[in-house]
Design a protein around this ligand. Structure first.
Ligand code: KG4
Ligand code: ZN
Length: 417
């Protein structure tokens, strides 16, 4: 069977096709699970548009989703023969898409032209995310569901980030009881949460950020330093350029809440600390100014920026690792599961791996396993939405299109108990 998965929760328009064995959802599929295969995973990034503003503007993002969804769908369906047809379900479709003017017209043309592709279920992210963006994806999914008579599986974006770990791995959704309980760390632009996963579909939020998310901290500090959006990859790249032996800059930033007894985080203080450090910076007169952006900051030495980036990255990593290991020990977790855009960070991945292998952690956690998705499956994509839908579809949790609604603040423990 095939799942058509859609994610428009933030600034990436994502559509994927997943193929699962040959079986539809139901009892037989539960007994004899099929292999999960990504047929296509198309992401249309709006990064260039939002870069100018240093962050995501929801109304702008919504408009871009309206423009991008259909071309992305066509690319995702490439390989599926699109057969030409004509049909008469257009009136209801117009109603569903009345708020998606441009998309409505284009989709109408598309559906009038082509027959239903070989797809069995639609999956769509319903939250958390930017509400106007979520609605575009949902209305698109509802239109396709109505027109092609397909069920929809609503998906929680955070759960999708966690389940991205079950794409392209030896671990199958079924027969993985030995992985649980697991402690999941979801670190993205909007979220930083530690979640106890007792099994698929059984989650409890242990702690989360009280202010900025880890990715947001990367994005905001990058902006302060005159680096481009998204800040995470920009800061990581600058940090990697720092020459290890350059000790001229002894920058020390705080590690907020690192020793607190709970599993909560706080990253906004880190951003403020960076602002103060920059103010304290004493220019080295002999060095040339390196770029117009840095001239504004009156910072002449690019190694100062690099040292600052390395310290920002390390401060974030230290807090994330310490808290995750604490939760792993406290809950006797057998597995640590990472997910979300920040999990694409090379240093974070490396340091999590080495920490899990240290004798202390190995002993205290009885050799905890570590799952991290491939980098391209950490940042937003729809293949992860497809896996989550696959799991919920197996449990029979499909819905009629009209029952699907956006919930910008959807919580994972609300999702499925
Ligand atoms: O999961 P994601 O793609 O979207 C949300 O659900 O928010 O995460 C985006 C976030 C951004 O804040 C971005 O700066 C961060 O993930 N990010 C990174 C890296 N790649 C993306 N942060 C650190 N290092 C990276 N390599
Ligand atoms: Zn995300």
């Amino acid at each position: 069977m095939k799942i058509l998965a859609i994610d428009t929760s933030c600034d990436d328009t994502c559509i994927a096709i997943l193929e699962i064995g040959k079986q539809p959802f139901g009892e037989s599929a539960r007994r004899r699970p099929g292999k999960l295969e990504i047929k296509s995973n198309i992401i249309s990034s709006q990064v260039k548009i939002h870069r100018k503003y240093g962050g995501v503007y929801p109304t702008l993002a919504k408009r871009e989703h309206q423009r991008n969804l259909l071309p992305v769908l066509i690319r995702a369906l490439k390989g599926n023969k699109l057969l030409k047809i004509s049909n008469s379900k257009i009136q209801t479709l117009k109603k569903i898409l009345e708020r998606e003017e441009y998309l409505g017209e284009e989709l109408e043309k598309f559906l009038k032209k082509y027959q239903k592709p070989k797809v069995d279920t639609i999956a769509v992210t319903v939250g958390p995310g930017l509400e106007p963006c979520l609605w575009v994806g949902i209305n698109f999914a509802r239109s396709l569901s109505h027109y092609w008579d397909l069920p929809i599986v609503p998906v929680n974006h955070i759960e999708a980030h966690i389940l991205a770990n079950f794409l392209n791995t030896k671990y199958k959704i079924q027969n993985t009881k030995y992985l649980f309980p697991a402690v999941c760390l979801v670190v993205s632009g909007g979220h930083t949460q530690l979640i106890l996963m007792k099994n698929f579909g059984q989650y409890k939020i242990l702690g989360e950020t009280r202010d900025d998310a880890a990715g947001e901290c990367f994005d905001k500090t990058a902006r302060i330093l005159g680096l481009s959006y998204p800040g995470g990859p920009a800061i990581a790249a600058e940090a990697a350029r720092l020459k290890i032996k350059d000790y001229r800059f002894q920058i020390k930033l705080p590690r907020p809440m690192i020793n607190s007894k709970n599993y909560d985080f706080s990253f906004s203080g880190l951003k403020t600390a960076v602002l103060y450090k920059i103010k304290d910076y004493k220019p080295v007169a002999s060095l040339p100014v390196i770029s117009s952006k840095l001239r504004k900051l009156k910072i002449k030495d690019k190694n100062y920026i690099r040292a600052m980036c390395a310290e920002i990255q390390q401060a974030i990593i230290d807090v994330l690792i310490k808290k995750t290991i604490k939760a792993t020990k406290d809950y006797k977790a057998k597995t640590i599961i990472l997910g979300g855009g920040v999990a694409a960070n090379t240093e974070l991945r490396k340091q999590f791996k080495t920490t899990c292998l240290t004798p202390d952690v190995k002993r205290a956690t009885s050799g905890v396993k570590l799952l991290i998705p491939a980098k391209n499956l950490c940042t937003d994509n729809a293949a992860m939405v497809g896996v989550a839908a696959y799991y919920h579809g197996l449990k029979g949790k499909t819905k009629a299109g009209r029952d699907i609604e956006a919930n910008a603040n959807l919580r994972i423990s609300q999702n499925d108990q």
